[in-house]
Design a protein around this ligand. Sequence first.
Ligand SMILES: Cc1cc2nc3c(=O)[nH]c(=O)nc-3n(C[C@H](O)[C@H](O)[C@H](O)COP(=O)(O)O)c2cc1C
Ligand code: SF4
Ligand code: SF4
Length: 284
Amino acid sequence: MSERNMGAAVGQVPEYVEMVTRWCKQNTRMPVIVKLTPNITNILMPARAALRGGADAVSLINTIQSVIGVDLDQMAPMPVVDGQGTHGGYCGPAVKPIALRMIGDIAREPDTAGLPISGIGGIGSWRDAAEFLAMGATTLQVCTAAMHYGFRIVEDMKDGLCAWMDHKGYATINDVTGRAVRQFVPWNQLNMKFRTIASIDQDACIKCGLCHIACEDTSHQAIAKSRVDGERHYEVIDEECVGCNLCAHVCPIDDCITMQPQPVEGRLTWPEHPDNPARVTVGS
Ligand SMILES: Cc1cc2nc3c(=O)[nH]c(=O)nc-3n(C[C@H](O)[C@H](O)[C@H](O)COP(=O)(O)O)c2cc1C
Ligand code: SF4
Ligand code: SF4
């Protein structure tokens, strides 16, 4: 197939998904679970196509096309195969955020909401498993973690998941599935009046200054640096802090910087926000 023809085929992915799914349904008594690639902008397009074709479920995500690095002596993508390289499939913990987002997209969309989802992509612990269920998965699959640690890891996940479900009072997997979906909203539906500010635990702080540099150079210059009793001292300037969370991420000490939610005064989303030039006036 020429490059040009391959391009055309990519544009027709939903049609192929629907056609192949329908063919499979017509030719087997087995349930048909359609595996979706994440190498696409809008995951709803193939999910809807699978649904139209009669799929019993979808599974996602497959691996993400990627190039792991470049051999600078051979000047070829790695791994180098006789002087050349090609793309590989990214998987494991790094792809979990992408998988959760795509599963959530399918689970929350009214026309695909009832479609059973087998969640895949970076599941390696009971907590990952619980998060995939909460975002709408009805079953789970594990690839990279099983390759890395063997099938025993699944037993560990089951033990952890059961203990957590007992603790929370969830009797079945169905009780967990989709619990977080209602709270997964488009960004413009978030309450813009919600505010958190960073707080430094001075007893835990080792005075490394990483938070100051990060906030000073790439955020809102909201961490003041001074000297107290001859020692370096870092203090958040509450009025300047926008709650971006960057300092908490760069701090090397666990829980030394915590984000403190401030009292919320009402609710205002972006569509109705005064700063939005295309704002919708409530009641109009
Ligand atoms: C070495 C390897 C081979 C794979 N082969 C296939 C395959 O033949 N068919 C397929 O649908 N997915 C294949 N996958 C994708 C996995 O089934 C899975 O969708 C993906 O790796 C994400 O899950 P994970 O993060 O748990 O690995 C493969 C993954 C790996 C790492
Ligand atoms: S949360 Fe962001 S703005 Fe606030 S102090 Fe930390 S880095 Fe600065
Ligand atoms: S990064 Fe953490 S440990 Fe380092 S100065 Fe800031 S608060 Fe203290």
